[in-house]
Design a binder for this molecule. Structure first.
Ligand code: CA
Length: 229
């Protein structure tokens, strides 16, 4: 059995050591980088299966690391932040992370998220290609097309659209979407989904102006229009 390599980028040694211990107990191989600039070098050198990335780091901050890494790799990235409010800002920046975890976190929660994100990025477990009206999703390449034109989506937006398009017209609650898209959420933080939906709507509207594609169902959640032309 091969042990998937998780790169922990964290300058607080205690947290890093604890994460390493739990990830190894869960059957992963874990290494630690204590500086942002080291992390970029390590990704190039060892191509980890997933990166846990702290934001406040010496050398280079997590946001810059994420951007640098995205130039050379599409490995799953989970960002950790001390501030719940910061997640909104990060989502807005569209730096291409796959999930966000708030500190303080339990190592157990982190392991669960790592598993969820890896499961999502494993092509064996994803659903078939999906299409509705002008929208088509290709699971293998993670490409979304609208009328044949590429839609530039983050991994989370892609997953969200994938869930919605799998059952057009069905209302999905925020919790449900979070569970499908992110595995877990920071406690009480269901605005994550609202931000993703907002970005997704904006991108869809660029290609399909004037059409209501994702509908808000007040007090419940969201659904995809089943009458897309
Ligand atoms: Ca830090």
């Amino acid at each position: 059995m091969t042990h998937k390599h998780i790169l922990i980028v964290e300058d607080e040694q205690k947290i890093a050591a604890l994460l390493k211990e739990y990830l190894e107990k869960a059957g992963y191989r874990a290494t630690i980088a204590g500086r942002g600039d080291q992390a970029v070098a390590q990704v190039r050198k060892s191509s980890p299966a997933l990166m846990l990335l702290d934001i406040m780091l010496p050398g280079m901050d997590g946001i810059a690391v994420c951007r640098e890494v995205r130039k050379v790799s599409n490995l799953p990235i989970i960002m950790t932040t001390a501030k719940v409010e910061e997640i909104d800002r990060l989502l807005g920046l569209e730096i291409g992370a796959d999930d966000y975890i708030c500190k303080p976190f339990s190592p157990r929660e982190v392991v669960a998220r790592v598993k969820a994100v890896l499961r999502r990025s494993n092509p064996e477990t994803v659903e078939k290609n999906l299409a509705l009206g002008p929208i088509a999703l290709d699971e293998n390449t993670h490409l979304a097309l609208v009328s044949g034109q590429t839609l530039d989506l983050t991994p989370s937006e892609f997953s969200l659209l994938q869930v919605l398009i799998s059952q057009p017209g069905r209302v999905f609650s925020r919790d449900e979407l979070l569970a499908r898209v992110q595995g877990y959420d920071c406690e009480g933080y269901d605005r994550t989904i609202d931000s993703h939906i907002k970005n997704l709507r904006k991108k869809l509207a660029d290609h399909l102006p004037g059409q209501e594609i994702i509908t808000t169902v007040y007090g419940i959640g969201y659904k995809l229009s089943c009458t897309l032309q």
